[in-house]
Design a protein around this ligand. Sequence first.
Ligand code: 6R9
Length: 635
Amino acid sequence: MSNYHIKNLEEYFQVYRKSVRNPEVFWEEIAEEHFVWRKKWNSVLNWNKEDARVTWFEGAQLNITENCIDRHLVVNADKTALIFEPNDPTEDYKTYTYKELSVAVNKMANVLKSKGIEKGDRVCIYLPMIPELTIALLACARIGAVHSVVFAGFSSSALASRINDSACKMVITSDGAYRGAKDIDLKSIVDEALISCDSVETCLVVERTKGNVNFVEGRDEWIAPLLDAASDDCPAEIMEAEDPLFILYTSGSTGKPKGMVHTCGGYMVYTAYTFKNVFQYQKGDVYWCTADIGWITGHSYIVYGPLANGATTLMFEGVPSYPSYDRFWDVVEKHKVNQFYTAPTAIRALAKQQVDYVEKHDLTSLKVLGTVGEPINEEAWHWYNDNIGKRKSPIVDTWWQTETGGMMLSPLAYITPTKPTFATLPIPGVQPALMDENGNEISGNSVEGRLCIKHPWPSMARTIWGNHERYKETYFSAYKDMYFTGDGALRDEVGYFRITGRVDDVIIVSGHNLGTAPIEDAINEHPAVAESAIVGFAHDVKGNALYGYVTLKDSGKSRKEENLRKEINQVITEHVGPIAKLDKIQFTNGLPKTRSGKIMRRILRKIANNEMDNLGDISTLLNPDCVEEIIEGRL
Ligand code: 6R9
C-alpha cells in the first residue's frame, strides 16, 4: 500500500489509525517515498514542550524547488505547470510548462543573487497575481532567501511595518496592478512605504500596467532587462530541512501582525500530501484556487502543494465580478478546470446574483469543489453544491490556518462522505481535541469546545519571526502541551467536526455559550438575506445580548424591515433555539471584511457596544466605507 495516496474510506481509517499510533513512522514513510532529499534526516521529530520548539526531519537537506520543478523535468518537462488568466478576459492567457517555469525561476534567482541576495536574507514580495509572483517565491526558495509576501492590497504603512519587522533587504513589486475595472498604482505605495524602511537596498519592478512610475536612483530597477541578461542555470541552494522557507504575516485580534515562520522540509511534505489527498488530484487535471498568493492558501495550494505534485495550477489576476458576475464560471469553462477551490465570501457574493450567470457556462469539467477561510453557511453550501457542483462534485470544506501551513480538517474528495457546514475528519497525522474552559479534554461525540491539536504535524509554523515568546504565549500556553487554534468547534454524533467560529467571537448569553457560525447560518437561511454577522453587546439581565448585522439580497430590499426582523428571529428559533434570538437587527449594505474576506466582527462588536472612538485600524479593510454607514444606522 502506498502511504502517499489514500483511495477509499477504509484505507483512510487504516492510515489515520497508523498515523496516530506512530506519527513519526507515518511521516517518515511519506517523506521517504515521495520526495527528493539531498541528505536524509537524523531524527523525524523533536519536540521540546517546555520551549514550544518543534523540528521535523532535522539533519535532512533539500531544496523545495527541486521537488516542485526539477524532478518533473525528467518526464514532464512539457507539461503545463502554470496557467495565468489575466484580469481582462480579452488579453491572452499565458501558460508555462515545467521547463519554462524552471527557466523563469532560475533567471530570477540569478537576478536576486546579482543584487546581493544570499541564503537567509529576507525578500519582500508585493505583487499582483501575475506569473512573476509565483516565480519570485520559487526564485527565493531556489537560493535560500526567505520570502515575505505582502498582499498587494495592503496600505503603505501595513507594508512598511511588515518590511521592517523582518528587515527585508529587497522588495519586488510592479508598476501597477489591475483589479477589475480599477488600476492600482502599486509602485507609489511602495515608494511611500520605503521612506521608513532602511533595510531595503534594492527594489525590482515588474512592468504590468505601464503606468507612470517614479524611480529612486540606485535603489529601483526594472526587472525585465535583468531577467533577459540572466543565465537560466542556477544550482539549487542546499537547505537544511529546518531552515526558514518563508515568513507570512497574519493579524491577530490585537497587537501587531505576527510573522509566522515556515520551514522547508515539513512544509513541503505536508502541503504536497494534503493537496494530493484532499483534492484527489489526478494526472492531467487542471486545478484552480482563487485565493491570492498574498495569503497562506495561495502559498500552500497555488504554489507549493500543487507544484510538488507536478500538477497544473491556475492563477487568476482578477475578481469574480469583472467584467461580470460570471467570470469564475467563464474561467472554469475556458480552461476546463477540474478542481475549484474558493472561499465562502465569494460563494455568497455569487449566490446573490441571478443563476443565469452560472447556467450559461459549461461546468462539466468540474470534479471537486473546495472552500476555505470561514465557516460556510448551510445556504451557501447548498447553492455551491446544487448550482456549481450539480450535486455530483464533492465539496471539501477545508479548515486550517496560516499557522498550520496546510489543511487540518477536511473531507477527502470522493472518499469522506460530506455533510453541509462540516469540515468532517482530521487529515492523517492530525490529532484534534476539544477542550473545556478548565483545560480538560472533552471526550466522546455530540460535544462542543475549544479546538486544540495534541501532537505536532510537519507544516506547523515554528515560531513568530523575532518573537518566540509571543508564539509560545499565543499558541502553547492556554492548554498544556497542545496547540491552541483560537477556534471553537463541535463534534457531532459520528465524530465529524464543525467549526463554530473564533473563540474570541463566542458570546455568552444568559450563561449559554453561543458560537457565531450556527446563528449566522440560521439567519442566512432566510430567503431575503445575503449575509449576516452577529456580535454580543452588554445587557443588564442576560449579561450579553445578540446584535445582528444583516445585508439583504436585492429581492429582499423592498420588504418591510419590521416583518423581516420577526421572520429572522423565527428562523433562528427554529434552527438554533429561542436563546439565540437577536435583540437588535440592523440592516446594512455591507459588512466590514478583511482583505482575505473574513468578516471583522471585532469592529461590529465595538459599534454595537457604542465604543466608536476605539475602532482600531480600519484602513486595511476591504471595504472601510461600510463602517461609516453602519455607525450611522446603529440601533
Ligand atoms: C487558511 C486560512 C484562519 C482562520 C481559522 C478559522 C477560519 C479557515 C475555515 C475556517 C471554518 C473553514 N477558517 N477555514 N472556519 N471553516 N473551512 O484561512 O488561514 O487566514 O490564517 O485564517 O479562518 O477561524 O482559524 P487564515
